[in-house]
Design a protein around this ligand. Structure first.
Ligand code: ZN
Length: 404
C-alpha cells in the first residue's frame, strides 16, 4: 500500500485512525463513543477506511451478554515502520508493523562518544541493518512508511537536529534526516532517546496516564517527561537531564566535571566498578563465579549473584537504587507525577533495585507528592526505545495527515 493512498484522508478518517492507533484496537461502538459521534456517522467512516485498506478487522471479542464485538485496528498491509534506538554504547534497529509489533530486531554495540565512529559511520551501519531486516521479512525500502530515531542527546525536534550534544562528537552539524531520507524516501523523525521511551510508554498506557516520568538507568541516567499528556522537551530540548543531579557532595568526579552526580555513582558503570572492587577484595564468591562463567563482570552477572542472595551484590544494587531514589525524590516533589517507570538494563536484574528506589523515594518525598505515586518497572522492558521510536514515527505520520 503506497503512502499516497492515505495522503487524502478526510478529517474524520484521520481521527478514527488516531483513535485506533493509541488504543491498539477498538470496536465500532468504542470508536463512536470515544469520538462522541453517532454510530451511523462513525460506522460510515470506518467502512470507508476498510474499503481503502487502511483499517482491518482483527477478530471478535466477547461482549458481556450481547453479540461479540468485532475489533478493528490499523491495517498491517499499510507498510512497515523503521525504528532506530541509539544509546551511548549500543544501537537497536527494528522493523515494526503500523501497530508496533516487532517483525525483526537487531542489537549491536556502537560508541557514539568515539569521534572515529561519527554519525556517518553509525548511521550507515543502521541503514545496512535496516535493509537486512527488511529483506529478512520480504520487504524493501519502498515499504517503509516512516522512520523514528532516538539519540542520546538534546534534539531540536522541528529540525530533527542534535543541539550541541555533549556525548556525541561530530553529530551536532549532521543531518540524520537527510542521510536516511536519501535511502528510504520516507519521513524521518528524530528525538531524544528518553522522549521516545516516554512516548512509547504513553501508548502502552493507551494515553490513560497524563503526568509521568520514564527513568532510564544504563550507561547514563536520563528522564523522559510526559506533562498533561504530551512530551515535555523544554526550551532547548534538554529537559529531563537528571543524571547530573548531585546526590553526594563528597562523591567521585563525574565526566561532566562536577562531583557526586547520580550518574557517576549509580549507573551501570558504577555498579560494575563496585562489583569489580568487591571481587578483587575477595568479598564475594558468587560475583567471582559469575564473572568467570560469563567471562566478564557485567550488570547481568551482578544481577545473577543478587538473585542467588549474595549479600555483596545485593548491597551494591541497593546502594544504586537508593541513590537513584534520592535523585527521584527531588524530581517527584517538583513535578508531582502519578507514575514513575524505570527502564534500561537495570530493569532486567530483579526486584531488589526497584525496592530500594521505592523506599528511598517514599522516605524523602513530601507526603503530598507520594500519596498517589506509583514507582514501577516499565512493562516495555528493554524494547522501550524501539517501541517508542515506532510510536513517534506513526504518531507524526498521522498528525501530518490532519493538516490537509
Ligand atoms: Zn555529572
Amino acid at each position: 500500500m503506497p503512502l499516497d493512498s492515505w495522503s487524502s484522508l478526510a478529517a474524520g478518517e484521520q481521527l478514527v485512525l488516531e483513535s485506533l492507533f493509541w488504543s491498539k484496537a477498538a470496536s465500532r461502538h468504542e470508536i463512536a463513543t470515544r469520538l462522541r459521534q453517532s454510530k451511523s456517522k462513525s460506522n460510515a467512516v470506518v467502512a470507508a477506511l476498510i474499503a481503502q485498506g487502511l483499517v482491518m478487522e482483527a477478530g471478535q471479542v466477547a461482549n458481556g451478554a450481547g453479540r461479540p464485538a468485532e475489533m478493528l485496528r490499523i491495517s498491517d498491509n499499510l507498510g512497515v515502520l523503521l525504528a532506530i534506538d541509539i544509546g551511548a554504547t549500543s544501537m537497536s534497529v527494528a522493523v515494526l508493523t503500523p501497530n508496533l509489533a516487532i517483525l525483526a530486531l537487531h542489537n549491536e554495540a556502537v560508541d557514539v562518544r568515539d569521534a572515529q565512529q561519527g554519525p556517518a559511520v553509525v548511521l550507515a551501519r543502521a541503514r545496512t541493518r535496516a535493509l537486512e531486516l527488511l529483506a529478512r521479512r520480504g520487504k524493501k525500502a519502498g515499504d517503509v512508511l516512516g522512520i523514528g530515531i532516538g539519540v542520546p542527546g538534546p534534539v531540536n525536534f522541528e529540525t530533527a537536529q542534535l543541539v550541541n550534544p555533549p556525548l556525541m562528537p561530530g553529530w551536532g552539524d549532521f543531518s540524520i534526516r537527510d542521510f536516511l531520507r536519501d535511502s528510504f524516501r520516507a519521513p524521518v523523525f528524530v528525538d531524544n532517546d528518553m522522549n521516545i521511551r516516554a512516548i512509547g510508554e504513553l501508548r502502552q498506557l493507551h494515553r490513560t496516564v497524563s503526568n509521568f516520568l520514564v527513568i532510564k538507568v544504563g550507561t547514563g541516567i536520563g528522564c523522559g517527561i510526559v506533562c498533561e499528556g504530551k512530551i515535555y522537551r523544554g526550551a532547548t530540548g534538554s529537559a529531563g537531564d537528571v543524571g547530573h543531579i548531585c546526590v553526594d557532595i563528597n562523591g567521585p568526579r563525574c565526566h561532566c566535571g562536577n562531583v557526586g552526580c547520580v550518574e557517576a555513582m549509580a549507573a551501570r558503570p558504577a555498579v560494575e566498578r563496585m562489583a569489580a572492587e568487591a571481587m578483587e577484595r575477595g568479598d564475594s564468591e558468587a560475583l567471582r563465579r559469575h564473572a568467570q562463567k560469563e567471562g566478564v563482570l557485567d550488570l547481568a552477572a551482578v544481577g545473577a549473584a543478587s538473585r542467588e542472595g549474595d549479600v555483596v551484590a545485593n548491597r551494591i544494587l541497593q546502594r544504586s537504587g537508593t541513590l537513584v531514589g534520592q535523585m527521584l525524590a527531588s524530581v517527584v516533589n517538583f513535578f508531582n507525577p502519578s507514575h514513575v517507570f524505570l527502564s534500561g538494563s537495570i530493569v532486567t536484574i530483579g526486584p531488589l533495585f526497584l525496592a530500594a528506589v521505592r523506599q528511598s523515594v517514599y522516605q524523602r518525598s513530601l507526603a503530598l507528592s507520594t500519596r498517589h505515586l506509583h514507582v514501577q518497572y516499565s512493562s516495555l522492558g528493554d524494547t522501550g526505545g524501539i517501541t517508542g521510536a515506532g510510536v513517534l514515527a506513526m504518531q507524526e505520520l498521522l498528525k501530518s495527515r490532519s493538516l490537509r
